[in-house]
Design a binder for this molecule. Structure first.
Ligand code: GAL
Length: 754
């Protein structure tokens, strides 16, 4: 425990000893506008059941609000926070299952809070051996220990500062807990990056002297020793208070689960959403879209969802949400033709409303005082604004057969000149300012657009370019125009810490090698998305943009097509396995894609691994990028199997894995059961998957297949089955079905023991 946890006394000592030199002392902070903290509901420092208040009046109270979840109210929080707009209740039953008698990871005595002229500051303890992860979709870094991160929604981050499409004020620790700061402000986390003045005072008081020869290299290193007496400092700008939520584990993984369950559980995409996605060129007409959709079928490229990009609107920047009659003269016929070919249709849009939009006049008074792309920015926190937006989509598009949407460019930018997005000082009718709206816009949109699907008992899966906190229940996947393959892989690794899903989408590529490597990565990700919005032909026809537009096939087109098809088929083989992983996300909050540190937090070897991840419980995926023919893969302790050769490999060590272009390194944890389906080209309402079940090792952990109609919410009324697959070498294989869904989606044809 840190010396600073003596709290005010130590702070006082420091002020007495070093006030002139140290501007951080309590006295000087008070002069700068600090005021007393008040305790939460319990009042004063009274101790109530489930509520712990510090005897130190400077500190707030900690109140248990759900199994393994505590709330610390500091000062007077703002009202416009992510929690205020949470759509779903916490899943208390599942939280209870994770353990109810658990203690908070730190005591209220260890929490310091103060209000300042800049906003407010919270300090939380951080142990010397702890490592921290999270803060949303951080594409540039993984292990956050020792870093300073300012969480700002931004589509064009230039450095590892915290800017992101989806920054989330939530972090988790290898010590087995998580912390969520309920704010829509651009909050800064000093994750053990700065020493505490009080900690230095304690060291001096204990007779420790500073090394006289502290060199630059010592200063710049951020190892555990450098982190002594450094805690988590969180500065929330503007706000004069904030609610902090603490999630117990006992493991890092359980803390993430609790955060997701507190958000309302993970999203549960329709079965078809987990298939392959293809987005056509931006200005495609109905004929061009149908040509390409037909070509995919002729080439037997599996594909479930076809996406239309901006050109379907009469005007796209800002949006009219009206079919462009020149390119889509008969939208109903087009939708029917695509349906006949087995496709679901997804439409691109943004949230900035053009004067021609049918709901423009009505939504105008419910919008911000600055435009976005010269369109209105509706205040989707206001019920009427959200209804106007959603109701129009429901009657004009969803009822006609559109299966989902992609919300683009809701993520602000520093570089694209005004009026690309609205400024931070924008005022919205609900009282939100532009900073808060930038943080919340992506999630408010997903909340708004999810409602009509829920009301119509249809599940959806879509894309969104920004998200923030408590977003796990919304079935939307993040994507980006940034295109660094290595960063995109890190996105898959990181997204699971924060209740987010991310697609390392494929566009045009530098070479067919780059294409195949990217296709391999996207196939083993939350959404297998080909986003060919600036090429009229497939990237496996031609990777080069100019030549693709000119209709010139690349010489190795056949090989590239064969390899891409093979990997899309692998996606379809793994669909029942993935669907089961998403069911666990929905009901248990367990992310389907996870960094290794989530499952092996005590293994120091995995704490920096940001280029390999777990997909479900069984598979460790280690993607490759163009130029690599081999790579190092660390396998945690235990026995693993090469997914392709099925040969056992010893864990607890690093291996140099050679992987020619047709192979992405994948390993199976011993004791796993992996159902593999005969690949279908798309998922129909009556598709029954023919399964071969692979078992790895002599005794396996049971695997639960999830069976329902795959498209509706009827599972919530019990219309679903769980099929438990078991195997051990003495008892042999078994499949036991329980539940109230009367049809079958799976036919277990064979078992293979490895
Ligand atoms: C970008 C978006 C792309 C594509 C394009 C269409 O902003 O990230 O995925 O939709 O717009 O113009």
């Amino acid at each position: 425990m840190h010396m600073r946890r003596g709290g005010v006394l130590l702070l006082g000592m420091l002020c007495g000893m070093a006030a002139a030199a140290d501007p951080v002392c309590l006295a000087s902070a008070k002069e700068a506008g600090t005021r007393e903290t008040r305790c939460d509901d319990a009042g004063g420092s009274a101790i109530q059941k489930d509520t712990m208040c510090s005897k130190n009046q400077e500190s707030p109270c900690m109140k248990r609000i759900a199994p393994g979840v505590w709330k610390i109210r500091c000062g007077e929080p703002e009202t416009a926070t992510p929690l205020e707009y949470r759509e779903f209740k916490p899943l208390d039953g599942a939280l209870h299952e994770l353990g109810d008698t658990i203690e908070p990871p730190f005591s209220i005595e260890e929490v310091l809070y103060r209000s300042t002229a800049r906003g407010c500051v919270i300090e939380l303890p951080l142990g010397r051996d702890e490592d921290l992860y999270g803060f949303g979709l951080q594409l540039k870094s993984f292990r956050q220990t020792g870093k300073k991160k300012t969480l700002r929604v931004n589509s064009d981050p230039v450095a590892d500062t915290g800017d992101s499409h989806a920054p989330t004020p939530f972090y988790v620790s290898t010590k087995g807990y998580g912390v969520y700061v309920d704010t829509a402000r651009y909050v800064t986390f000093y994750a053990g990056s700065h020493p505490l003045a009080s900690g230095i005072a304690a060291e001096l008081a204990a007779g420790k002297t500073f090394a006289p020869d502290a060199s630059a290299s010592t200063l710049y290193q951020s190892d555990a020793d450098q982190r002594r007496n450094r805690d988590m400092m969180i500065e929330v700008p503007v706000a004069k208070g904030v609610d902090v939520y603490v999630f117990a584990g006992p493991t890092l993984k359980a803390a993430v689960q609790r955060y997701n369950l507190f958000s309302g559980g993970g999203c549960f995409p329709p079965l078809w959403g987990l298939g392959v996605w293809y987005r056509g060129e931006g200005k495609f007409s109905d004929k061009e879209a149908l040509r390409l959709a037909g070509e995919l079928r002729r080439e037997h490229i599996p594909c479930d969802v076809f996406g239309l990009e901006p050109g379907w609107h009469t005007h796209s920047y800002p949006c009219t949400y009206l079919w462009n009659s020149e390119h889509f003269p008969t939208p109903d016929a087009f939708i029917a033709d695509m349906k006949t070919l087995g496709y679901k249709l997804n439409l691109w849009e943004h949230v900035f409303v053009h004067p021609d939009a049918p709901f423009y006049e009505e939504i105008k008074p419910l919008s911000g005082d600055y435009p976005g792309m010269l369109g209105l920015v509706p205040d989707l926190t206001i019920k009427k604004a959200a209804s106007l937006f959603a109701d129009y989509h429901e009657t004009a598009l969803i009822d006609k057969g559109i299966s989902g949407f992609k919300l683009d460019e809701c993520d602000n930018s520093d570089f694209i000149g005004s009026p690309w997005s609205f400024p931070e000082h924008t005022i919205f009718p609900s009282g939100l300012d532009g900073e808060q709206m930038h943080s919340l816009l992506g999630t408010l949109y997903t909340r708004t657009m999810y409602r009509p699907f829920v009301q119509n008992n249809k599940r959806t899966y879509g894309q969104v370019r920004a998200a923030h906190a408590l977003a796990a229940p919304f079935p939307f996947v993040l994507y980006s125009d940034l295109y660094d393959h290595r960063d995109f892989i890190r996105g898959v690794v990181n997204c699971g810490f924060s209740g987010l899903l991310w697609s390392p989408e494929v566009r045009s590529c530098d070479s067919s090698e780059d294409l195949v490597r990217r296709v391999q990565s996207v196939v083993f990700s939350p959404q297998a998305l080909i986003n060919a919005w600036f090429i009229p032909n497939t990237p496996w026809f031609q990777v080069n943009r100019e030549k693709n537009i000119a209709g010139e096939a690349m010489p190795d087109r056949e090989t590239a097509t064969m390899l891409c098809r093979r990997y899309f088929e692998w996606r379809m083989r793994l669909l029942p396995y993935l669907y089961a992983a998403f069911a666990r996300y929905r009901f248990e909050g367990l992310p389907p894609f996870r960094a290794l540190v989530m499952d092996y937090p005590d293994d120091p070897e995995v704490r920096n691994i940001d280029d390999a991840y777990l997909m479900g419980d069984a598979l460790l995926v280690a993607p490759m990028t163009a130029g690599q023919t081999q790579r190092e893969v660390y396998l945690p302790a235990g026995v693993w199997y090469d997914f392709w050769t099925r040969q056992p490999i010893a864990g607890g060590q690093r291996h140099l894995i050679a992987a020619p272009l047709d192979t992405i390194p994948i390993f199976v944890r011993e004791g796993s059961i992996v159902p593999l389906a005969e690949p279908v080209e798309w998922v129909g309402e009556d598709t029954v998957f023919q399964l071969e079940v692979l078992t790895f090792g002599a005794a396996c952990t049971p695997f639960t297949l999830y069976e329902d109609d795959g498209v509706s919410f009827d599972f919530e009324q019990g219309h679903m089955n769980r099929i438990t697959l078991t195997y051990d070498k003495d008892a042999g294989p078994a499949a036991v079905k329980t539940g109230g869904f009367l049809s079958s989606r799976y036919d277990v044809r064979s078992w293979k023991h490895i």
